[in-house]
Design a protein around this ligand. Structure first.
Ligand code: GLU
Length: 445
């Protein structure tokens, strides 16, 4: 690690104890930016890096709510407003039992560079709660969301901070959150949240964007080697919003997706995942992936192991952080994998990334490959601000352009710094320089 970056990292470890995922995200970033710090020593001046790793604001609050038995439950809410150099804080809300300050900080830190890579005017932030919507009734979810917004509303706004969905937060939750924001502020401020439903300010294509964008990025990487997605065998993990639309778009491109998973197990479907059935089980019935295998002839359910044991050409981890480790990566490499694009945030461990890079596998970090979701959120904000509504094809064309630009920017940046093909280095440096230049322009704040 560059000596200036190493000093910053030691400080991060000392000042943020017991936050391993945050340390991991910062370490990956600081490892990558050495070459640009050598070329531009001004980036090591005026505590620029020290400011970058310190969130501008961290909000932690109590979320009390009444469950269906009339019992009061207490959860903890978070919003980490990490960096506003490029625009209002922007990033999702995650509702999952694993959420704590460490998780929200790692996600918020990644979001700064992801949002920068989109080329749009959005800063980085993230939030959420240790509330788990699974198994909760709609009314319980509504009461939780109303209580959560009862505090969050004073910190957000279309020009301040614009939350959206992430794990456990979809159109239903965004609806309840928006309703409460509108009631508390007496404003129909459409651009305060993204991922809204289509009838009241949502954008066509937002639901599909993260998964579609991830597959577009994988296709761009393959194209650099003269290969295409058509005819390739693909393993996907997860079965939420990102996984479903990654599977749909990969199959639209002529690939065959053979796996999906949830936290209890995974499904192998040699014939190719039936996306309509997957949508019915996950989006309509809010069921478990085991039901897919129960209903689809020829599909096998495994409660042990991970999808990565299947020999495939392309792997798209779309579940959660650190879900693919060094041993999974070695298994995938042995099985012939040639391309890995992260639909989730930080799903590959540092050891897994090293295995892929040493084996010459095309590997794209989430901050580049899954940026299509937040990019389309920014397109939703643009439509809200201009009170217009674009067609699906208009949004999809813009998404395709943005993903192609991110790919080329990462690839060209990596090549410029003598690391052709290293998308981790390319994404981190390209994301960093835009934020760093804006921070320098805006003074020591
Ligand atoms: N949660 C998504 C992400 O990780 C989307 C955020 C957004 O749309 O603001 O980028």
């Amino acid at each position: 690690m560059h000596t200036a970056a190493e000093a910053v990292y030691q400080d991060v470890l000392r000042r943020n104890p017991a936050e391993p995922e945050f340390h991991q995200a910062v370490a990956e970033f600081l490892h990558s930016i050495g070459p640009v710090l050598n070329e531009h020593p001004e980036y090591t001046e005026h505590a620029l890096l020290e400011r970058l790793v310190e969130p501008e604001r961290q909000i932690i609050f109590r979320v009390p709510w009444i469950d269906d038995n009339g019992t009061c439950q207490v959860n903890r809410g978070y919003r980490v407003e990490f960096n506003s150099a490029l625009g209002p804080y922007k990033g999702g809300l995650r509702f999952h039992q694993s959420v704590n300050r460490n998780i929200i900080k790692f996600l918020g830190f990644e979001q700064i560079f992801k949002n920068s890579l989109t080329g749009l005017g959005i800063g980085g932030g993230k939030g959420g709660s240790d509330f788990d919507p699974h198994g909760r009734s709609d009314n319980e979810v509504m009461r939780f969301c109303q209580s959560f917004m009862g505090e969050l509303y004073r910190h957000i706004g279309q020009f301040t901070d614009v939350p959206a969905g992430d794990i456990g937060v979809g159109g239903r939750e965004i609806g309840y959150l928006f309703g409460q924001y509108k009631k508390l502020t007496n404003r129909f401020e459409a651009g305060v949240l993204t991922g809204k439903k289509l009838g009241w300010g949502g954008s066509l294509g937002r639901t599909e964007a993260t998964g579609y964008g991830t597959v577009m990025f994988a296709a761009s990487m393959l194209a650099t080697k003269g290969q295409q997605l058509e005819g390739q065998k693909v393993a996907i993990s997860g079965s939420g919003n990102v996984a479903i639309y990654a599977a749909q778009y990969a199959q639209m491109q002529g690939a065959k997706v053979v796996t999906v998973s949830d936290s209890s197990g995974w499904v192998y479907d040699e014939a190719g995942i039936d996306v309509a059935l997957l949508q019915q089980i996950k989006e309509v019935e809010r069921g478990r992936i085991k039901e897919y295998a129960d209903r689809k002839g020829g599909a096998a359910y495994h409660s042990e192991g991970r999808p990565w044991q299947v020999p495939v050409d392309v792997a798209l981890p779309c579940a959660t952080q650190n879900e693919l480790d060094g041993s999974d990566a070695r298994t995938l490499v042995k099985g012939g994998v040639r391309c890995v694009a992260e639909g989730a945030n930080m799903p590959c461990t540092p050891e897994a990334i090293e295995v892929f890079q040493q084996a010459g596998v095309l590997y794209a970090p989430g901050k580049a490959a899954n940026a299509g979701g937040v990019a389309t959120s920014a397109l939703e904000m643009e439509q809200n601000a201009s009170r217009s509504k674009w067609t699906f094809d208009q949004v999809a064309a813009k998404l395709a352009d943005i993903m192609a630009n991110i790919h080329d920017n990462c690839a060209e940046t990596a090549a410029h710094y003598g690391a052709a093909g290293d998308y981790v280095l390319g994404a981190n440096i390209a994301g960093f320089t835009r934020v760093a230049d804006a921070m320098i322009d805006q003074g020591f704040i």
